[in-house]
Write a protein that binds this ligand. Structure first.
Ligand code: FE2
Length: 448
């Protein structure tokens, strides 16, 4: 479970809006100040509609309370930017240095148990919000002062880190509301899917493969050219000819797997996956519950409350583990794509889709053409284990713990989800979670 917890802290998501390369330092300061304000405001907006009590809930081991997300993202700027770079900086409260640390052991102080975060009734939400304001003012003064390259890199990393936590906060509040006997909705709005166009028929796109390059071509001289360290170095990969499906697997298709006794036939399952099915009693995706009142026999919990599955049959199946994605693919006589195959296809497409800015907060049906849903909707499990690329080097110092130390026992996911902030995802972005993880917005694309 430690790996699940660590992955959850680190979060997921990608880069900010592209900032022009080679900008002068004045332009750089203006860009980074405005981006800082935009990202911090976006976090506040996500938390604004839920109460102080809602912000205390931690309903599963992977999750953290919204109040903690608000404090921890602020801690990141204080710890990695203000304390080391601002002369005579006075911390908001000295104890926050260890209280809101997530997993950075190199900082040398004891880190509170993750499971205790819902016990943090002190500091109050008001004090956490005052902490945010204090850091925002200090950061604004600092960012106006002509900061150096390393401080710029850390600030940009802090903004990307905060966007990861925006996605996590929504993922966590979904589980919190699902666990509440009153099942509140995060957003009270019906789905208004455009039913006039039919859902795209499941089909295949062929690729010839060959020698390709994957990974982010980072311009090391530009501190605003951001990617996470695990996306580098760019390197060559040889691909055999392959094909992938034009869209993600729908709830309707997943229901066929369930109706064919997919959860009770061991021939489709990896050994560890079969153990998970038996131990956890999996019979359906995480947020599905039996409901005789819906003609499918199921209802689904969303950030917009409960809905009969019949209204969501053409939307991508979501909140499934790697093991379920892999078993479905075997049942279909296919497999999951490797991350190199996925990236070779996705790098030909702009990173747009059903992301957080659509306001849908749920995967939407594919109703277009070509290879759809590469970005947004659901993170797509790949057949690739999370390891370092050839020549990978973690960042120096405590920030080297951000990604590199999790390179065991986890699988790669690609493409972002319906709660990934826009501008925060790209073709080279590598998310990773342990294979039994289900609380994320995770789905399936097939390959063969
Ligand atoms: Fe974090």
């Amino acid at each position: 479970m430690a790996q699940t917890s660590a992955a959850a802290e680190r979060g997921q998501g990608g880069g900010l809006q592209a900032v022009r390369s080679g900008a002068g330092s004045d332009m750089r300061d203006t860009d980074i100040r405005s981006q800082y304000k935009a990202v911090r405001s976006a976090t506040s907006a996500l938390a604004a509609s839920i109460s102080a009590e809602d912000q205390m809930v931690q309903s599963c081991p992977e999750a953290s309370p919204m109040k903690w997300h608000q404090a921890h993202t602020t801690w990141f700027f204080e710890t990695f930017v203000l304390r080391p770079f601002v002369k005579d900086y006075k911390p908001f409260r000295e104890e926050f240095r260890w209280l809101f640390n997530s997993y950075y052991n190199s900082l040398g102080e004891e880190i509170p148990e993750k499971s205790l975060r819902s016990a943090f009734s002190r500091p109050s939400l008001d004090e956490v919000l005052a902490f945010r304001t204090y850091i925002d003012r200090a950061m604004d003064r600092f960012l106006s002062s002509g900061i150096d390259e390393e401080a710029t890199r850390r600030t940009v990393l802090g903004l990307n880190h905060e966007q990861q936590h925006q996605e996590l906060a929504l993922t966590d509040i979904k589980h919190a509301f699902f666990s509440n006997p009153l099942p509140p909705s995060y957003k009270a709005a019906p789905f208004s899917d455009d039913m006039e166009l039919p859902v795209s028929k499941l089909g295949w796109h062929r690729f010839i493969g060959g020698l390709i390059e994957i990974g982010h071509p980072l311009q090391a001289a530009d501190p605003l050219d951001f990617c996470f360290d695990n996306e580098t170095p760019r390197h060559k990969v040889y691909l055999e000819p392959f094909q992938i499906t034009n869209r993600e697997v729908t709830c309707r298709e997943y229901l066929e797997f369930m109706a064919d006794e997919g959860y009770t036939r061991p021939e489709f399952w990896l050994s560890e996956g079969w153990d998970s099915v038996k131990q956890a009693g999996w019979q359906a995706p995480l947020y599905w519950r039996r409901d005789a009142g819906d003609k499918t026999g199921w209802r689904v919990f969303t950030l917009r409350g409960w809905h009969g599955l019949s209204a969501l049959l053409d939307t991508p199946v979501c909140h499934i583990s790697f093991f379920e994605a892999d078993a479905f693919a075997r049942w279909k006589g296919c497999r999951l794509p490797t991350e190199a195959e996925w990236e070779s296809v996705a790098s030909q497409t702009p990173p747009r889709g059903n992301l957080l800015d659509t306001g849908g907060l749920h995967p939407a049906a594919a109703r277009g053409g070509g290879v759809e849903q590469l970005f947004g909707d659901c993170w797509e499990w790949t057949a690739s284990a999370y390891t370092g690329y050839p020549g990978y080097k973690a960042l120096p110092g405590a920030l080297g713990e951000y990604n590199g130390k999790f390179m065991s026992g986890q699988m790669i996911l690609r493409g972002g989800s319906c709660v990934t902030p826009p501008g925060h995802i790209r073709a080279t972005y590598r998310n990773f979670f342990p294979p039994a993880t289900r609380w994320q917005f995770t789905g399936i694309r097939l390959a063969s």
